[in-house]
Write a new protein. Sequence first.
Length: 245
Amino acid sequence: MSLSPAVPASLAAAQAEFSARLRASGAADKSCTRGMTLYRNIIRENISDVLQNVFPLFCCKRDRSAVYQLVDRFVNQHHSTQPEFHQIATELLLFVREKEPLSPYDLALVEYEWLLYAVEIDDSEVPFPQPIRQKPARLHNVDVIPNPTLRIIALPFWLKEGEPCDEEIPLHNYYAVYRKHNNEIYQKRLHLTDVHLLSGLNNQTTAVSLEQLQTQVACSFSTLPLHVWLEANNNDELLSLKYRG
């Protein structure tokens, strides 16, 4: 059994000092070398780019100074270790959830924008939509498969062309956020029936047979015309139908 050699105390101390200078706010540390100052600025600019590219609606509500201060607090207080673009975006979300005094509206806005980004970079393959050709009575040999990029979110605002609209609204607005086969991101407003059925599909590890879905509908939504619901959501690419045999 081999053990990794311990890091010399002097090297550990130097690393800790380097990290502290790197993370220190601009006002807190005036003793940085020119090289350290340049490196600090590059890191903050990179994080600022992530913040403004992944969360543009959130940033539009703040001036440049407020955005930079948020970046500085993030570097100073949040000890993330993953430098990749998508990891920084996720770490920024975690930071504002835990450390920033955001209103419920602003927090929901950040979570919505992060979800758009997560759906965009999801590497799942979305199948090409197949129209429903059979009559309802002949759909017994069909499995129902949710769009692999489908995410459902409840928002305290409603969306108009993908952006928040601040008119009078109900407390919760449910949306499906997903990617179509052409790699475009879509948002579709959902009724509670949609949320219930789509969430049930999304929670399954395998395809759901039409018979199973019909049983679920009969128990909870006896008046729902299932064939119409399937056709509408198949056309919108929220789900797909796979014919057996």
